[in-house]
Design a protein around this ligand. Sequence first.
Ligand SMILES: Cc1cc2nc3c(=O)[nH]c(=O)nc-3n(C[C@H](O)[C@H](O)[C@H](O)COP(=O)(O)O)c2cc1C
Length: 218
Amino acid sequence: MPVLDLSIDTLLTTTRTVRKRLDLARPVEPQVIRECLELALQAPTASYSQDWHFIVVTDPQQRQALATIYRKGAARYVELMTPVYQQPMASNEQEASTLARVIDSGRYLIEHLHEVPVHVIPCIQGRTENMPTIAQAARWGSIMPAAWSFMLAARSRGLGSSLTSFHLFFEQEAAEVLGIPYEEVMQAALIPVAYTLGTDFKPAARKPLESVLHWDRW
Ligand SMILES: Cc1cc2nc3c(=O)[nH]c(=O)nc-3n(C[C@H](O)[C@H](O)[C@H](O)COP(=O)(O)O)c2cc1C
């Protein structure tokens, strides 16, 4: 049962990346995760055989192991991105302050991931390495809508989450921790989930629609 009284448009605009406002002390009932996943299973899938899988991790040692891999992935990301970050990235003050907040919040999650009570890892059968675009689109497109539905359902129940990918730098190591058959099953993300501290979230600043909209042709 949803606990927050949100309109559909409010749900769609206020389901944000939550890191610093995750309540790390409050347990999350397995039942609420199951409800959100039941809803996620209604997302579109390219395959009638529904090739998705969802690993829910609550065991503290498993979360610790994933957090260690995530941290290593984050360090790799920073290493790769350092030359990019050395260029001025923000074009105005608002962008600069958003970027600074995302970096600060990202750092918080790196430090606290093991404390987040639930990690959800959406997976899809079939690896996309060396596949043609159509096949890649079908694989990724058969898991990301479900992941997003899960995050929306979570928000409607007072839970916060974030879509993360750093651990995928070392996906095979995470597969070993979780017992995933790496050659056949691809992890798409790691979604930390917890109740939020307060439930009021605001829409994000985005580029104006006109700057990204192409009607009839590019
Ligand atoms: C595909 C994808 C991968 C992401 N990977 C990470 C990640 O590994 N770690 C992280 O802290 N945030 C990650 N993010 C979140 C972004 O860095 C960014 O903070 C977020 O999209 C902004 O959310 P907001 O629009 O709710 O403010 C990812 C987002 C997406 C869509």
